[in-house]
Design a protein around this ligand. Structure first.
Ligand SMILES: [Mg+2]
Length: 229
């Protein structure tokens, strides 16, 4: 029987991905407007994704990776087309990326109602990845302490970080809900938890990995209620 439910925050409870996508669209538009050789925003985003993967390997998922990947994508095109690297353009790239952190995303439809219902029967724990200050602002703004007894913010998520937030429950009494196969579903299967995957409208490559076992996948949080004993 499940006693504790661990929730991811971004794109599980809050609509964060759409704001990242909005900034990426703005960035791609900025690039295609400035480089006469480029007209496809899609190609720019593909290039951005390749560069972002390398940046994550170098600096991790720290707050600076998002604007830094934009700066590096810009520099890539300056180099390819022999354009001068101007400080004001690099600043603009950084600004487009940083702007995502000025927004506190709103809840996904039905998310808080589901938390209200579940908090009466289960011990709810919030388990999120990212910058401590940014994540704390989201938690405070939405007063998530109405439903959650514990909050954990890690710079990344893996089997080790997940095993830290289980006690005092054994793994088979814990369920975890999240949109990341890499961050939530795969480590949960490895540790013997019950994962429930929530599909995001704005999937991010980083979260996608091949998972060998079966797991339930839902499209909206209210569907979660049928997966809990
Ligand atoms: Mg997430």
């Amino acid at each position: 029987m499940v006693r504790r439910i661990i929730f991811d925050l971004d794109d599980t409870l809050l609509q964060s991905g759409k704001y990242y996508n909005r900034q990426l669209d703005e960035f791609a538009n900025f690039v295609t407007t400035n480089f006469a050789e480029l007209d496809s925003e899609k190609d720019v985003l593909k290039r951005y994704n390749l560069i972002d993967q390398k940046v994550i390997e170098e600096v991790g998922l720290a707050r600076e990776h998002f604007p830094l990947s934009m700066v590096k994508t810009w520099q890539f095109y300056c180099d390819r087309f022999d354009y001068p690297e101007r400080k004001e353009d690099l600043d603009r790239c950084r600004q487009i990326g940083e702007a995502v952190y000025e927004i506190i995303p709103e809840p996904l439809p039905g998310a808080f109602e589901v938390l209200e219902q579940l908090s009466e029967r289960f011990d709810l724990l919030l388990y999120t990845m990212g910058d401590v200050e940014i994540q704390t602002n989201k938690i405070r703004h939405h007063r998530l302490d109405r439903w959650f007894g514990e909050f954990h913010i890690f710079p990344y998520k893996d089997v080790k970080t997940l095993s830290c937030v289980l006690p005092p429950y054994p793994p088979d009494m814990v369920s975890i809900v999240g949109d990341s196969l890499r961050g939530e579903v795969e480590p949960a299967i490895e540790l013997g938890l019950r994962p429930v995957h929530i599909k995001s409208d704005f999937p991010w490559n980083y979260h996608e990995v091949d998972v060998s076992a079966d797991y339930p996948s839902i499209s909206s949080l209210p569907e979660l209620l049928q997966y809990l004993p």
